[in-house]
Design a protein around this ligand. Structure first.
Ligand code: ATP
Length: 311
């Protein structure tokens, strides 16, 4: 089983309007509501890949109830810690080709809730073979909170993939116990290192040699339509993908983490792990829905991914 963590889930609401009038009444007929958050996307795609997954994290209130209901409807097993405050709504207003977003910052967790989740997490991962941690932390938790989760995973002998950014990522990389894998994109790498990371092979090779990455088994730098650049142990790989008709690339990184986790969990070869990760990323990109892939198209895309070892 793979345990997929989301600490700040949301209900993502999208309103499609022909015209958006400020300071006036806007009536909307087309409303879409989905359970959102990076770790939920990961869990859904793992489940669509027919791998056993448990979605966890923290949620509360009626918004939290809706998230659970949606996960149950899509047959994603879940076990979240209930918190005092409501989970957040994130609203996207789609109008005349534009997207106006109104994002709630979400609940503030108490110290007790933070401790309670770590206890729950420790219990849940006993039966896990792999753990994924995705997205940002809710308010109230310290920026080194993921470090504690990585430590617990180490203690229980579980491999953990961390996909986060900013201060939380920095803290996770600077602690003694390293995550098994990370999946930054070039913007996240630039933010982490404090300089502009170019998507050029020689530059990336040098960048991933930085001491901050020492001891991490897999670093998958995803580069959108340009595929990925990867460090595995002491080896470097360039992964290229076919040109595709991108419909909605939002969540492609999460789908990539999902494919990566599934292939690792199935003890696949390096080639197949990377091809699977790229394929699930692409399959997410060709769908309108975020965190959804059509598995029937898997082979068709997988066969066009190229993995090249760099010397
Ligand atoms: P997000 O934060 O939206 O989840 P990300 O920046 O973490 O995305 P990307 O690097 O954009 O992740 O995408 C991950 C993978 O998805 C890519 O490596 C690639 O396989 C696939 N992908 C994303 N965008 C495209 C695209 N426009 N065309 C083809 N494949 C894509």
């Amino acid at each position: 089983m793979i345990v997929a963590v989301t600490m700040n889930p949301s209900v993502d609401i999208s309103y499609s309007l022909n015209r958006f009038e400020l300071d006036d009444v806007n009536r909307v007929e087309t409303v879409r509501k989905t359970a959102g958050g990076k770790g939920l996307n990961v869990a859904r795609v793992i489940s669509q890949m027919k791998e056993d997954v448990m979605s966890t994290g923290v949620l509360g209130g009626t918004v939290g109830d809706y998230i659970v209901q949606q996960l149950n409807e899509s047959n994603v097993r879940n076990d979240f810690l209930r918190i005092e405050s409501d989970s957040r709504n994130c609203i996207a207003i789609l109008h005349a080709g534009m997207q106006t977003e109104i994002l709630e910052s979400g609940p503030t967790l108490s110290e007790q809730e933070g401790i309670a989740f770590l206890e729950k997490f420790e219990g849940l991962i006993i039966h896990a073979s792999l753990v994924t941690i995705s997205g940002s932390l809710p308010k109230g938790l310290p920026t080194d909170y993921y470090c504690e989760m990585v430590e617990i995973s180490h203690k229980k002998g579980k491999r953990v993939i961390v996909d986060t950014s900013g201060e939380s990522l920095k803290q996770v990389l600077m602690q003694k116990k390293k995550p098994f894998a990370i999946k930054p994109n070039t913007a996240e790498l630039s933010q982490l290192l404090g300089f502009e990371v170019e998507a050029e092979i020689m530059d990336l090779k040098q960048t991933l040699n930085h001491k901050i990455f020492a001891g991490i088994e897999w670093i998958v730098v995803s580069m959108g339509s340009r595929g990925a650049f990867v460090k595995h142990g002491a080896d470097y790989y360039r992964v290229t993908i076919p040109e595709i008709n991108a419909i909605n690339p939002v969540g492609a990184g999460d789908a990539t983490v999902a494919g990566f986790a599934v292939a690792l969990n199935r003890n696949q070869t390096v080639d197949n792990v990377l091809k699977t990760a790229m394929t699930t990323g692409m399959l997410n990109t060709i769908e309108a829905r975020t965190g959804y892939i059509n598995k029937d198209k898997f082979k068709q895309f997988f066969n066009f991914v190229k993995v090249e070892k760099m010397y």
